[in-house]
Design a protein around this ligand. Structure first.
Ligand code: NAD
Length: 358
């Protein structure tokens, strides 16, 4: 059987790490037919948009995509292609397993946390009012009147939206994932003491759904407390389920627990469609240097293999990556304890080393 998969190389370090991932995936013996599509600033001139319909159609049609990171200009230019892709395809769940492999330079051993992040609403809904615009002035007038508060006229406003429907869907996904992969505990993360009607709703829904899964332990944590506890003793956590913004921040924190962004894979899951991409971004200052760690991207490929039902190929690829890490010879600069770039391997060499162990 051959799988038709959309391949989005992305920009910055994206093309280097996706190429490494493509090579190791093919080395497992699983057959792929890659449909390569481009997105981001580089296609603006040709399509007039950073996210052409052609790219979306390809992912919709194939149902599976392997995606490199894409740069989002800050403050100016278009909104994030990554956020738009998740919204357009309704990729409601973002899955980010964070696991320490023996040999990884990290302060911790035996961490194995799965971050399940809500992926389309919260402060990422893109509902924003720019300071000084008539829309912002109208909204401020309305809120000041309705709530007897005094929002200054020089304020910019971003709206936080948490719905029962999306909370239900993401919490259910986290519990179903826990059951499928035999995980013991789900922790819901929130700030419901302050944001009673948004995070409070998320927590209420989580508590209700937890009752349907008596075989899985449920607990909740305030996001600030969770951050401290993760740094102090991360091994107490198993599956975390979070609204979008906390999920974004906590996944980077968890990546830091297991060796950094070069080791943190991810998947964006919707109904009948899944996009596999690392947690890290396009790290523009390293672009084209053949220097960065391709393992987060390769491990995203492992998640893709499991999604396709290719469990044995997934195990072989994951074991090959783990062996290369444990040997510590052919790893990139970020995996060297002293970060000695001179003795660090190049991106391409890491892929060669992994292929040799498959
Ligand atoms: P980043 O993840 O690109 O890089 C932060 C730092 O992490 C880098 O400078 C580097 O030191 C390290 N790093 C990242 N990936 C690494 C790897 N594979 N190997 C070794 N070290 C690695 O974050 P940023 O600088 O905040 O974002 C850069 C751009 O990427 C921004 O435009 C941002 O919007 C975008 N971004 C895209 C995605 C995505 O496509 N899903 C995700 C996050 C950020």
């Amino acid at each position: 059987m051959s799988y038709k998969v959309t391949l989005i190389p992305g920009d910055g370090i994206g093309p280097e790490v996706t190429e490494a991932a493509r090579r190791v995936l093919e080395a497992t013996g699983v057959s792929f037919r890659w449909e390569v599509v481009q997105v981001g600033a580089g296609v603006m001139a040709k399509y007039g948009t950073p996210l052409p319909e052609e790219a979306l159609q390809s992912v919709r049609k194939n149902g599976v995509a392997l995606k490199g990171p894409v740069t989002t200009p800050i403050g100016t230019g278009f909104r994030s292609v990554n956020v738009a892709l998740r919204k357009e395809l309704e990729l409601y769940a973002c899955l980010r397993p964070c696991k320490t492999y023996p040999g990884v330079p990290s302060l911790y051993k035996n961490v194995d946390i799965v971050v399940v992040r809500e992926n389309i609403e919260d402060l990422y809904a893109g509902i924003e009012f720019e300071r000084g615009t008539p829309e912002a002035a109208n909204l401020i007038k309305h809120i000041n009147g309705a709530k007897k508060v005094k929002i200054g006229s020089d304020s910019g406003i971003s709206i936080k939206v948490i719905s029962e429907t999306n909370s239900r869907r993401i919490v259910k996904y986290a519990f179903d994932y826990a059951r499928r992969y035999k995980r013991g505990k789900v922790t819901a993360v929130h700030k419901a003491n302050i944001m009673k009607f948004s995070d409070g709703l998320f927590l209420a829904v989580a508590r209700e759904i937890a009752k349907e899964y008596p075989d899985i332990v449920f607990e909740d944590r305030l996001v600030d407390n969770l951050s401290m506890q993760l740094v102090k003793e991360p091994r107490q956590f198993d599956v975390l389920v979070l609204p979008n913004l906390y999920g974004d921040i906590i996944s980077d924190l968890c990546a830091g627990l297991v060796g950094g962004l070069g080791m943190a894979p991810g998947a964006n899951i919707g109904e009948g469609v899944a996009v596999f991409e690392p947690t890290h971004g396009s790290a523009p200052r390293y672009a084209g240097q053949n220097k960065v760690n391709p393992m987060a991207m390769m491990l995203s490929g492992v998640l893709m293999l499991r999604h396709l039902g290719e469990a044995s190929a997934a195990d072989r690829l994951e074991n090959a990556i783990a062996t290369v890490i444990a040997e510590g010879k052919t790893v990139t600069y970020d995996m060297k304890p002293e970060r000695e770039a001179a003795e660090a391997a190049k991106t391409v060499q890491v892929a060669d080393a992994v292929i040799a162990k498959i």
